[in-house]
Ligand binder design. Structure first.
Ligand code: FAD
Length: 359
């Protein structure tokens, strides 16, 4: 079978890795570089790792795996009748087409947004790194995982970091866990401005509901916008993401979607761990094996500076500390979620237990 994948992020590349021994696999990627780690971009910006360390799969890896990678080629349209993918350079027939186009950083809408940077690609990282080295400090807007990761690594590397966040808590966690994250990052030098809504940006800083915050380098990390354009243009159903069922099927025959671009029952997973997980399950389904991705079980792992954290399942309501690293959440006496912080070795077994409960 000819498997054509659009996008060379963790979703696309993991799927190619799974299926390359069994089928012809062709990946289209509009960027000019082979696969790199987005979770490591803030380490690179901070100067904690060399650029080469970002590239997990070099070009010869694709060759060895027999994966045909077309870099610098953008997919434009899916001709569903002829089962052909149209790119800016040619037309390619497919038996199975997988859209793994990911997402881009959500653009701010405030006045002066041209003074704000966003971080998604290696090119964005290069731009931010150069400015940071010139100015020595940054203001980060957004206390989601990307903002917190970036803040942690920049502070660890000795840069001045201010973080502006519209809420007082982070990542949907309770006050206690949010304070633990905040205190740990404050120890490494991050200055927090919480409950501050961004109103306006200019060359020298930001106007927020909590006053003016100075800073030449301003990085906005306020979420993602899934890349759904090719699906929409091709008449495939979309909402915020490309709509899929629990087998990753889109509304078009033999066309699937995985990773950050895909929306299942209102859920956009939005992590590298999920994108790779989708790929593994889809590979099994395409092999005709029974499998199911646990969309309902949020499970993510991040590292904010030196603080690792795993967030699994439902983490709202009254929690209970099981040990100094693990706060568990229960409903009707049953474990429904946990946050493991500091030492996250326990996270894997908790995730396994919760998966067993759910499926
Ligand atoms: P992407 O990685 O976005 O890849 C999609 C690819 O498709 C892109 O390379 C894009 O250029 C290409 N593409 C798009 N449209 C087309 C087209 N029409 N034609 C050809 N190519 C196209 N996740 C975690 O789990 N843990 C973390 O700690 C973490 N940290 C992060 C830190 C940063 C700074 C960022 C930006 C993200 C982080 N993430 C993290 C999120 C994670 O990187 C994403 O969830 C993941 O990359 C999604 O994978 P994907 O394959 O769906 O999409």
């Amino acid at each position: 079978m000819e498997i054509v994948i659009i996008g060379n992020g963790p979703g696309g590349v993991e799927l190619a890795k799974e299926l390359s021994g069994e089928h012809e696999v062709l990946i289209f990627e509009r960027e000019e570089v082979p696969f790199y780690s987005k979770p490591m971009l803030s380490h690179y910006i901070a100067g904690l790792i060399e650029k080469e360390k970002l590239f997990i799969y070099p070009l010869d890896w694709y060759e060895r795996k027999g994966i045909n990678l077309k870099l610098g080629e953008e997919a434009k349209l899916i001709d569903r009748v002829r089962k052909v993918l149209v790119t800016d350079k040619g037309e390619y027939p497919y038996d199975i087409l997988v859209i793994a186009t990911g997402a881009r950083a959500r653009e701010p809408t405030v006045d002066g947004k041209e003074h704000l940077l966003t971080l998604r690609s290696i090119e964005d990282a290069e731009g931010i790194k150069a400015l940071l080295e010139e100015h020595g400090e940054a203001v980060i807007i957004g206390g989601g995982f990307i903002g917190l990761e970036l803040a942690g690594n920049l502070a660890k590397a000795g840069y001045g970091v201010k973080l502006i966040h519209r809420r007082d808590t982070f990542l949907g966690l309770d006050e206690e866990l949010s304070s633990l994250i905040r205190e740990k990052l404050e120890e490494s030098g991050v200055e927090f401005h919480l409950g501050a809504e961004l109103l306006k940006a200019d060359e020298n800083g930001l106007l927020t509901t909590r006053g003016y915050i100075e800073g030449k380098v301003k990085i906005c990390a306020i979420g993602i916008t899934p890349n759904v354009e090719i699906a929409r243009r091709s008449g495939i159903h979309t909402g915020r993401g490309i709509l899929i069922d629990d087998h990753f099927r889109t509304s078009a025959k033999d066309v699937y979607a995985i990773g950050d671009c895909a929306e299942y029952s209102g859920i956009i997973c939005g992590t590298a761990k999920a994108a790779a997980g989708h790929a593994k399950v889809l590979a099994n389904l395409l092999r005709g094996k029974e499998d199911r991705y646990p969309f309902e079980l949020r499970s993510s792992v991040f590292k904010f500076g030196d603080l690792p954290i795993a967030i699994i399942g439902k983490t709202r309501g009254e929690g209970e500390w099981l040990d100094e690293h693990t706060k568990a959440f229960f409903q009707d006496g049953k474990l429904v979620g946990a946050v493991v912080i500091g030492d996250i070795r326990k996270a894997f077994s908790i995730e396994k237990e919760l998966k067993k409960e759910l499926y």
